[in-house]
Design a binder for this molecule. Structure first.
Ligand SMILES: [Zn+2]
Length: 245
């Protein structure tokens, strides 16, 4: 059975003499691992179309364990726009790895994750916003779509909203976001109120707030996003290992 889909190439690894296994985030079929035959030969008809970051239109043949890529046309070569800028490239790499881990189940359609990744890579290449913030915004949104939506306004534990014009003072990744003084747990961070507001703006994609924000708040927000991601990816990795065993 042949089928068509579009996908972002997340990663590849060698298989045998000339082939590769390509991990794809497809629009309709979720995460798919497929074989690209002869792709490592210089004469390959696939050329560089199956390299990470490429947005491709594919035809695949269903296989018993792995599908085989039979046709590939480039839709957007995102790697071309990212390869020249180290910060954008490394931020883009984190996006691919995150998508790979958050869409842990193979063939479970996740159109939202696909669209988020395409949109994130497009924004990264466009260069209208700083790479670190494009990344942070993407990470918060993809975690939300994966079911780990953080709270930056109401207390993640009891749901209380902060007093008007203020923010809850505590943040803890394991609790799911900000905490009120009553729910505060040991080890919680106490970010600047502006940083908490900034995190909400990153999640909402409110660039009018994000773009002019002072560097110290952007930096603090990035470290909290990284902590939040690390906490959830660690859990994600465990479940992934369980699924593949
Ligand atoms: Zn509370």
């Amino acid at each position: 059975m042949l089928y068509r889909d579009e996908a972002i190439v997340l990663r590849t690894h060698k298989l045998g003499e000339a082939d590769r296994i390509v991990t794809l985030l497809t629009r309709q079929h979720g995460r798919v691992r497929a074989v690209a035959k002869g792709v490592r030969r210089t004469t390959s008809r696939f050329g560089s179309r199956l390299e990470p970051f490429t947005h491709v239109d594919l035809q695949l043949a269903e296989g018993r364990s792995l599908d085989t890529i039979t046709q590939a046309e480039t839709l957007t070569p995102f790697s071309k726009g990212l390869g020249l800028d180290y910060d954008r490239y490394t931020a883009g790499t984190v996006m691919l790895e995150t998508a790979d881990r958050l869409v842990a189940e193979e063939r479970e359609p996740s159109v939202q994750q696909f669209l988020l990744l395409v949109g994130g890579l497009r924004a990264m290449v466009a260069g209208e916003h700083a790479p670190g913030q494009v990344l942070d915004s993407y990470l918060l949104r993809s975690l939300s779509v994966a079911g780990y939506a953080p709270s930056f306004d109401h207390c993640a534990r009891c749901g209380t909203l902060p007093a008007e014009e203020t923010r809850h003072r505590w943040f803890n990744p394991s609790m799911g976001g900000v905490l009120c003084s009553t729910c505060r747990v040991p080890g919680s961070a106490s970010p600047a109120p502006e940083t908490v507001g900034l995190l909400g703006a990153l999640l909402a994609g409110d660039w009018e707030i994000v773009d002019p924000a002072p560097a110290r708040h952007l930096k603090e927000a990035s470290s909290l996003v990284a902590a939040y991601l690390a906490w959830h990816l660690e859990r994600g990795l465990k479940s992934l290992a369980y699924v593949e065993r």
